[in-house]
Design a protein around this ligand. Sequence first.
Ligand SMILES: *[C@@H]1O[C@H](CO)[C@@H](O)[C@H](O)[C@H]1NC(C)=O
Length: 215
Amino acid sequence: MASHILLLSILAFSFSFAFAFEPSPLQDFCVADSTSSALVNGKVCKDPKLAQANDFFFSGLHLQGNTSNFLGSKVTPVNVAQIPGLNTLGISMARIDYAPWGLNAPHTHPRASEMLTVLEGSLQVGFVTSNPDNRLISKVLQKGDVFVFPIGLVHFQRNVGHGNAVAIAALSSQNPGVISIANAVFGSNPPIVSDVLTKAFQVDKNVVERLQAIF
Ligand SMILES: *[C@@H]1O[C@H](CO)[C@@H](O)[C@H](O)[C@H]1NC(C)=O
């Protein structure tokens, strides 16, 4: 019995590490081989002897993102899709631009915690804890301020300053993933049947259909 408990706790420990964080590299680097069709957890390494500086390089994060959309914000990601040398390293980043009152709408990163640094402007940010509390933890940030969004939690940022705002996000995954709440719920393909959404959100079918038409 005691040995079962020990085995279970060892298993619980190793699973929590395996699922909560990306595995440690087993070599200096593993530049993603974009020509490989093999499916692995992450991307296949190309021959390290063929690695070049450009495999670890991205240019353009000084450029303002185009915020002409209904949210008034734009995310410019710099993850393993842009820098193949990030494969297996467990980190990535993004630039986020906000027009006045622009919103980076509520979303979660299924695979990453995030540290957000404000470079310009003033942002109201927040995240919501899981059930049953659903507590909103929120703050207004100024230039130079840093805020943390824990892995998996729903979070947002809104520009509450007079001009444009810019932030840089650091993320603890080579491929953090983004689940935008409105798009996942009201914009899935195919759509979630409206009975599910009318009951879940306690609204009429026409409200659900209006949201489904937007997302
Ligand atoms: C920004 O995006 C809008 C909407 O997609 C587009 O009409 C506009 O030409 C873009 N502006 C620039 C400078 O690329």
